[in-house]
Each structure stands twice: as C-alpha cells, then as structure tokens.
Design a protein around this ligand. Structure first.
Ligand SMILES: Cc1cc2nc3c(=O)[nH]c(=O)nc-3n(C[C@H](O)[C@H](O)[C@H](O)COP(=O)(O)OP(=O)(O)OC[C@H]3O[C@@H](n4cnc5c(N)ncnc54)[C@H](O)[C@@H]3O)c2cc1C
Length: 285
C-alpha cells in the first residue's frame, strides 16, 4: 500500500494497517508529521483516522463512565464537562503544550505514542481509566496502568489502533489535581503528578496517585496509597507516599533535568497535589 488513505470506519482502518506493517495511522499529525519531516520515520502509507465519525464521539455509559473517542483534540478535552475524579484528564489536557498543539493533537495519538513526558498517561492511570483498542482479532480494553509498557511502547499489537478511553466515575466526594514541573510554559513535563482522591467526612476513602516523566511508564505505588486510607491527605503517610514514588521512579537524565533532580522534586509535587485534593473543590489545582 502507498499514499494517503482516509477510511470512514474503524474496521477499514484496521484492515489497511494490518495489511501493511510499514503503514502508520495518522491522527492529529503533531508528532508523526514532525518525525517524517525530520526523517525519523518513513511510513509506506498514511491511514488518516480523521474521517471516522465513531472516533470523535463522547458518551456516558450506563455505569456512569465517560467514553472519549480517540480523535478528540486536546483543546476539546481541556474544556469538557467531567465530574470530579475523572476531571483529572481535563486538567491534564489543559496543560499540554500550547493552543496550536492542543488544536492538532488527539488523545488517541498521545496515548499511542506514549511519550513518557506526555500529560495524559499519568492522568489516565490516576483516573483508573481503560484504553479501548480495535484490531484484526477484534476489540479489547486494557487498563491504562497496563497499556503503557515501556519507553514509547504500549500494549498495542500489529494492526491495532486506539479507539477511545473510558473514565470511570469518581463517586461521591471525589477530587482531583494535576500539576507539572516544566522549564518553560508549554514544554513537556520534567515531572508531572496526577491525583484522584475520594473523601468521606474528611477521611480518605480512595486514592490513586501517578507520576509522569520519571520513567518508561507512569509510576504508582498502590501500597503506599493504601496507608492514607481512613486518614487525611497530609501527615507522615502522605510524606511516605511521595518518598515511595521517588524510590520506585526510574527517571531519565536528559535535557529537561537530571535523574537526581527529578527524584528530589517528586515528594514536594505529590504533597502539593494531595493538598489541592484536600482543598475546597473550587480551589483544587
Ligand atoms: C511542539 C510540541 C509540543 C508538545 N508538548 C506536549 C506536552 O506538553 N504534553 C503532551 O502531553 N504532549 C505534547 N506534545 C504531543 C502532542 O500533544 C500530541 O499528543 C502528539 O503529537 C500525538 O498526538 P497526534 O494526534 O498529533 O498523533 P500523530 O502525530 O498523528 O500520531 C502519533 C503516533 O501515534 C500513532 N497513532 C495516532 N493515533 C493513533 C490511534 N488512534 N491508534 C494507534 N496509533 C495511533 C501514529 O501512527 C504515530 O505513530 C507536543 C507536541 C509538539 C509537536
């Protein structure tokens, strides 16, 4: 296959991609076209997902989960109406790059590319989201935590595409926070933190915290999160959570910061995200 294809169904797109391992799906093009310009990739053909209406849909599922189609732009996600908890994804979308990139890039393209410094991966893990996939062997869903496998590597197999993400409801008392440390406004994260907490009468009834930019995949330490259950979002257990994530992280040494610097700032950013979750809703970052 050569050239530019614009299928109108997911099945057609999967068929085209499965038939040619050198073809690439084209979503917003923010990354793929830049990589082609830089001669980093040379696909045999581009399979545009832009004509597939099903990939642009947003729907609320019977259990209250919200499903976002893969071709939704960051700019749309940054202003969408989501309940507390899953709204961590809105907060992350609003921090991506700048308006130009947010108007081009899609959530499906971002998760499929799996840049460790990207904003969605940690937010999706904190939200307990699932990534929906279509491929030659049918459809499946993978927990975000298992979808991001390694540096720029996901659970996607040959011919498979991301069709959407599903965000479960946060429940009563849910709060979220998203923060990222950057060199300059609009840059990829040196370190990012996404937190989703559920409070019952001021006590922690549920908590998921994920850190991005500090290893091949978002870092989460569930055991240290559990130590906060029944208590507040500050104190020794909260400090221990930040320390445990810093310990579990495998940060890169790169132009954005050294591994030692990244490890050092993780506990402070985690504490800040937890404090934002504890704040009255209108003040949460
Ligand atoms: C200058 C600049 C700054 C940026 N800053 C940030 C930032 O601060 N934070 C951040 O999170 N991101 C940032 N990004 C990344 C950007 O937000 C996009 O998410 C990213 O470019 C990929 O989305 P896309 O829709 O453009 O995908 P494309 O560029 O079209 O595709 C990217 C890759 O994913 C594959 N692909 C695309 N869609 C699918 C799909 N549905 N299923 C399977 N494979 C698919 C393509 O084949 C390709 O390999 C930045 C990008 C640029 C160019």
């Amino acid at each position: 296959m050569t050239g530019f294809r614009r299928p109108s169904t997911v099945a057609e797109a999967v068929g085209l991609l499965a038939a040619d391992a050198e073809a690439r799906a084209l979503a917003g093009g923010a990354t793929l076209v830049a990589m082609m310009n830089a001669d980093l990739v040379a696909p045999s053909a581009l399979v545009s997902l832009a004509g597939i209406a099903a990939l642009r849909r947003t729907e609320t599922l019977p259990d209250g989960s919200v499903r976002l189609g893969a071709m939704r732009r960051h700019a749309e996600n940054a202003v969408m109406d989501l309940a507390p908890g899953p709204d961590v994804v809105r907060r992350a979308a609003a921090r991506i790059a700048n308006p130009v990139v947010r108007n081009m890039g899609t959530i499906g393209g971002s998760v499929a590319f799996a840049d460790p410094g990207a904003d969605y991966p940690a937010a999706l893990v904190a939200a307990g989201a699932a990534v929906e996939i279509a491929g030659p062997s049918g459809d499946r869903a993978v927990a975000a935590e298992d979808f991001f496998v390694d540096w720029y590597t996901t659970a996607l197999g040959p011919g498979e595409i991301v069709t959407g993400v599903v965000l479960p409801p946060g429940g009563a008392g849910a709060r979220s926070a998203y923060d990222k440390l950057v060199r300059v406004s609009g840059d990829f994260a040196i370190v990012s933190v996404a937190a989703v907490a559920r409070l019952e009468r001021g006590a922690v009834a549920g908590l998921r915290v994920a850190v991005g930019g500090c290893g091949p995949r978002p870092v989460r330490v569930a055991e240290a999160e559990r130590a906060l259950l029944g208590g507040g979002l500050d104190g020794p257990a909260a400090a221990a959570l930040g320390a445990a994530i810093a310990e579990a992280a495998d940060p890169p040494d790169d132009v954005r910061g050294s591994a030692a610097y990244r490890r050092r700032v993780i506990p402070g950013l985690v504490a800040r995200a937890l404090a934002a979750c504890a704040a009255p809703l209108e003040h949460a970052a």
